[in-house]
Design a protein around this ligand. Structure first.
Ligand code: MOS
Length: 729
């Protein structure tokens, strides 16, 4: 069965996922064994991580390594006239210096950002224009600083203006139409009794993963004429080898199988480790030059602020029209973001707006202002994060204008089917989440803006909807092998800190009907069956499909006691008929804030997220994902801000001393509740994606709570004391 898609379904008591009747279950229910899915299995790699013995990219033992340091472009745009390496070469320990004049030639421009050292052109400040290989990292660094890059500068455009007349409207954004509409927006706007027309902005955000980008590259060249003997090994920190395999071999003139990628443990990705970034191309070239010696490269925090991607600065214009009852007559969302001329990635900022609320008239458009900046990339809940901040703040503004409770306004605009595709929802728990959250958060205590006070502190509570889509489904595979009394799951999945090593074992254990201790994972490397990366909050349900299929195949072929060495490989597919449904995860987020009437400091006392995320595979790691997402969003809502120097096209606060992220003391009470839900249209286990949904509604919930506390509406993040003071003066 599935949870009712009726929008008014009350929250039911949590049933254990294994009690849910599903066709899939018949294959698992044997001998009355306790199921692992749904139980709080502790992270299997926890002891390795806390004892410092889980090898991260830079820590793999290699023989006789040398060290690489990149040379950054010293200008914003232009061309190199000359590179003087004399002083650098004189540094003791320097082995080789790479520049565009003598570096290995790359083969196919599979990614423009990876096309480095191939000519004198400079596309952005900090672009890699050289590299020093030395016996020690210190020597490489010192020498890199002595490389003199003499340039001819061209006029560069680095300042983002959301109203830039040169903004482009891409036809396609992440495989969907960039601009779309329904009904007659102008008519809907005209007939509206209540109207909101506002802009909401976010600055450039940086992922700031705990583990910096790092790589060890080893180029194995074998004497003789067989070019296939060449092999490149990368010990890298990434979200899975699939995109590396797609982009790097053509770039380097290798066949896909000639690239080996190894990343068993990853200290945070957040989208910033989905794609290989230019330092990897540099490391590969250096390894080729210095082969067979391994080359090690770890980026500094400062380097990470200019060469491995960011969430682009953006502005969302939202227009909401509503009749006197608060029913939406028009929704318009125009998202405008900064984008790199070198390599553009337009976020899906309007996608959620297309399906959140019912309206006869809608128009959404994505725009990009092309700038001479380093390439932006995916960053946690790309697009949905800032798009939903805008929409959910606008909904709060509309509720205030109407004099209607913000929860009630959302209930009145709940759509029966997906407004964009007109497909039925697979499951949609927005209304139950809003209702359950309002109980848990004691929503009834909410007062008019600016009325609740505790001494100097103004108190407010706010709410916002949250959601995250089912992503595009690529083909993927898993292999299960019975060996030495254990079952080993192999696939190109990745554990970026989420708990994948643990939950994939749980899924396999139930499909095999064995204890979870009997299952091991061999993921995070090539040489295993191809699978999607850890991204788009899709890993667990997609990988799970492949694992269940492989386990079932093994049991079909070999029975319940397979011989040693028995193995089965299978493809993971979405459930048959899934494309007939609109598939998203939904939830509601609540915030309580205290705003100092003296300093305008905002303290988030309490955050609550209520989520319908299907079957929860592991309540411990799932909760940890949501708490992490809410923390990251709180950090962006209150603190994270980038200062661009328009003269240099550079983020000036390029380290964690000046790019302020939330610390423990900034985090109040965090609560997470998962609603009972089983969604058979996502995958074999009935589970949906979780991590990113926790980030999507949080900033609007906090901003709406600030409005409730103070009567001040903030539309730009972060919500700093300065912005509150400015709003009142
Ligand atoms: Mo994440 S931005 O889905 O890699």
């Amino acid at each position: 069965m599935s949870i009712s898609t009726s929008t008014d379904a009350p929250a039911r008591p949590q049933t254990r996922p294994d009690e849910t009747e599903t066709p899939e279950r018949t294959n698992e229910a044997r001998a009355g064994r306790e199921k692992s899915v749904g139980t709080p299995v502790r992270r299997v790699d926890g002891p390795l991580k806390v004892t410092g013995t889980a090898p991260y990219a830079y820590e793999h033992g290699v023989e006789n390594p040398c060290y690489l340091w990149p040379v950054p472009a010293p200008i914003t745009k232009g061309r190199i006239v000359r590179i003087d390496t004399d002083a650098a070469r004189a540094v003791p320990g320097v082995l080789h210096i790479l520049t565009h004049e003598d570096s290995p030639r790359l083969a196919v421009k599979s990614d423009p950002a990876l096309w480095i050292l191939q000519g004198p052109q400079i596309a952005h400040r900090g672009q890699i224009v050289g590299g020093v290989i030395a016996e020690t990292p210190e020597a490489a660094r010192e020498a890199a600083e002595l490389v003199e890059v003499i340039c001819e500068e061209e006029r560069a455009k680095v300042e983002f203006d959301p109203h830039d007349p040169e903004a482009e409207s891409p036809r396609i954004v992440l495989m969907k139409r960039g601009t779309e509409s329904k009904g007659d927006l102008d008519e809907g706007w005209r007939e509206a009794v209540h109207r909101i027309d506002q802009e909401y902005a976010n600055p450039t955000h940086f992922h700031a993963q705990m583990e910096p980008h790092a790589v060890i590259a080893v180029w194995h060249d074998v004497d003789g004429f067989d070019p296939r003997a060449t092999r490149l090994t990368l010990f890298d920190t990434n979200q899975g080898p699939i995109i590396h395999r797609a982009l790097l071999p053509p770039l380097l003139g290798l066949l896909p199988n000639q690239l080996e990628v190894i990343s068993p443990y990853v200290g945070g990705g957040f989208g910033g480790k989905a794609f290989p970034h230019p330092h990897i191309a540099l490391a590969a070239m250096a390894a080729k030059v210095i082969s067979p010696r391994p080359v090690k490269l770890a980026l500094t925090r400062q380097q990470m602020f200019q060469s491995v991607g960011h969430r682009p600065e953006a502005s969302q214009r939202i227009r909401l029209g509503a009749d006197r009852n608060g029913r939406l007559t028009a929704i318009e969302h125009i998202s405008t973001q900064a984008a790199s001329r070198l390599k553009r990635n337009v976020d899906q900022s309007c996608f959620a707006t297309r399906m959140m609320y019912a309206t006869p008239n809608r128009r959404t458009e994505h725009r990009a202002v092309m700038l001479d900046l380093p390439p932006e990339t995916w960053m946690r809940a790309p697009g949905d994060f800032n798009g939903m901040f805008a929409l959910e703040t606008a909904m709060d503004e509309l509720a205030h204008q109407l004099g209607v409770d913000p929860i009630e306004l959302r209930l009145r605009n709940e759509p029966d089917v997906d407004p964009e595709t007109e497909k039925p929802w697979s499951t949609r728990a927005l209304v139950p989440a809003l209702k359950r959250g309002s109980e848990l958060f004691d929503w009834g205590r909410r007062q008019d803006p600016g009325t609740l006070r505790e001494g100097e502190w103004l108190i407010g509570i706010g709410v916002a909807s949250t959601c995250f889509p089912n992503q595009h489904v690529a083909s993927l595979f898993a292999r299960i092998t019975h060996t030495g009394g254990k079952y080993v799951v192999q696939m190109q999945a990745s554990d970026i800190g989420t708990g994948a090593h643990t939950v994939l074992r749980q899924i396999a254990a139930d499909a095999l009907d064995v204890p979870v201790e009997q299952v091991e994972t061999d993921i995070g490397r090539t040489g295993t069956p191809m699978a999607i990366m850890a991204g788009g909050s899709q890993g667990t349900y997609e990988w799970g499909n492949a694992i269940v299929a492989a386990c079932e195949k093994l049991r079909r072929k070999h029975g319940d006691n397979p011989p040693d060495g028995a193995s089965a490989r299978a493809q993971g597919r979405p459930p048959r008929g899934a494309s007939k449904y609109s598939r998203h995860a939904f939830g509601a987020q609540f915030a309580e804030v205290a705003v100092s009437s003296v300093t305008s400091e905002v303290r988030v006392r309490r955050l609550l997220g209520v989520y319908g995320a299907g079957t929860i595979i592991n309540p411990l790691t799932a909760r940890s994902q949501m708490v992490g997402g809410m923390t990251m969003a709180l950090s962006a809502a209150l603190f994270e801000e980038s200062y661009h120097d328009p003269r240099f096209g550079k983020v000036m606060n390029h380290d964690l001393a000046s790019y302020h992220i939330a610390a423990h003391a900034d985090i109040g009470e965090l609560e997470v509740e998962f609603l009972p839900e089983y969604d058979k249209w996502f995958g074999a286990k009935g589970s949906k994606g979780i991590g990113e949904m926790a980030m999507v509604g949080t900033p609007a919930a906090i901003g709406n709570a600030i409005f409730n506390a103070t009567g001040i509406r903030l539309r730009d993040t972060p919500f700093t004391p300065a912005s509150l003071i400015e709003a009142t003066s």
